[in-house]
Design a protein around this ligand. Structure first.
Ligand code: NQM
Length: 374
């Protein structure tokens, strides 16, 4: 669809087909790529007007006035062999008119498989449907497995039955969605090849198991790591120190200049308090996460078994199960059981994949009306 297409030019009058979904602990607007302008600048401008950005309340759009609810997923049939759909994630600013594409979102990923079935891109296959997804932002491949009933996604499940689960940060129960995510053979877990690097006088671990993350010791910054997200956000000096490290870490991680990007994420680590392996507070990067991103959890967990990382120096062995594959990562609203598989190849390079359990829900399906250009 080109900008000259009357259905785009008239989007204000006729609206754009859109499904609002909760994916894990995030919420976003899901679109078929074919329902949006093909030109990225035109598309981004339209999405900003749909979400109501820039405005701290996003009052004239459908964004939820927080980065975790100002997200967009764009889905299309994939041309890649063995892959069903391509998923592009866009992080829309709230107060700033920004659209960032350097990261994916493992939470919205939970909604992608069901959305592909809802829109007829993939046919439901009996009681459990598998969708293979290419993550356009990172090049990683995900496999999503979820319940389907009568040809439709089953979001709710039956409380008390196997396959119906609760995830911390979301009230109630939902039908389990298994997400397996892995990078290609040329993607090392430690982008600099080091378990620890020094930035601005701090020992940090730069790691990427689906999400580029910088691991920091909370006590290096004069905080305990038990503070609430609001308390940490109120500390301007802390935010400035963390941001300086982030800007230096971006190029070291191969991400280039990250001033206008939302990665790497900055995670303060401290000892666990609730039986987990380690406790986290994640800057994403301006706001502090109310829980923890799926792939952020996978990146933190993958650092635990690697000698010399900041996580290995803090983590408690009792927070890792006996198989060594599930690591309980504490966050401000509970614990994330991160399942990761970490290996070291013959050349000494660390690699990892993750398996996460999420729920998702279709909240609304219809036509969204962007505010007019002003
Ligand atoms: O790490 C938030 C979220 C995320 C990212 C963010 C995510 C992940 O919790 O997989 O999903 O980093 O802005 O949705």
């Amino acid at each position: 669809m080109s900008p000259a297409d009357p259905s785009v030019a008239d989007a204000v009058r006729h609206g754009i087909r859109c499904m609002l979904m909760r994916g894990g602990t995030s919420k976003g607007a899901f679109f078929l790529a074919s329902d949006l302008p093909a030109d990225p600048a035109e598309r981004d401008d339209l999405l900003l007007r749909i979400m109501g950005t820039p405005d701290p309340r996003q009052i004239d759009g459908i964004g939820g006035a927080h980065p975790l609810t100002s997200k967009v997923a764009i889905v299309a049939p994939s041309a890649t062999a063995g892959v069903d759909v391509d998923y592009l994630f866009l992080q829309l600013g709230v107060e700033e008119a920004s659209v960032a594409d350097a990261q994916t979102c493992g939470n919205l990923l939970a909604g992608v498989g069901p959305f592909a079935v809802e829109r007829g891109l993939v046919a439901a296959a009996g009681e459990r449907t598998t969708v293979r997804i290419r993550l356009l932002n990172t090049g990683d491949i995900a496999t999503s497995r979820f319940a389907t009933v009568d040809g439709h996604p089953d979001y709710d499940g039956e409380p008390g039955t196997e396959g119906t689960v609760a995830i911390d940060g979301v009230p109630g129960w939902g039908s389990a969605i298994d997400l397996e995510v892995g990078g290609g053979p040329d993607k090392p877990l430690l982008p600099t090849g080091e378990a620890v690097d020094e930035i601005e006088g701090h020992r940090v671990t730069l790691i990427d198991n689906g999400m580029p993350v910088v691991l920091l010791r909370a006590d290096d910054f004069g905080v305990s790591g038990t503070e609430s997200p609001a308390e940490l956000e109120a500390d301007d000096e802390l935010a400035a120190r963390v941001e300086r490290i982030r800007l230096a870490a971006g190029p070291l991680m191969g991400l280039g200049d990250v001033a206008a990007q939302t990665v790497p994420k900055m995670v303060l680590l401290s000892p666990p308090r609730a039986g987990g392996a380690v406790s986290t507070r994640a800057f994403i990067p301006a706001r502090v996460h109310t829980s923890l991103g799926v792939l952020m959890a996978a990146s933190v967990a993958a650092a635990v078994p690697v000698n010399g990382t900041v996580a290995a120096g803090i983590a408690t062995a009792s927070g890792v199960d006996t198989s060594g594959e599930t690591t309980a990562i504490e966050h401000p609203s509970g614990t994330f059981p991160a399942r990761v598989h970490v290996t070291r190849d013959a050349g000494g390079t660390w690699r990892a994949t993750s398996l996460s359990l999420r729920t998702a829900r279709k909240l609304f399906d219809g036509v969204v009306f962007p505010r007019p250009r002003r």
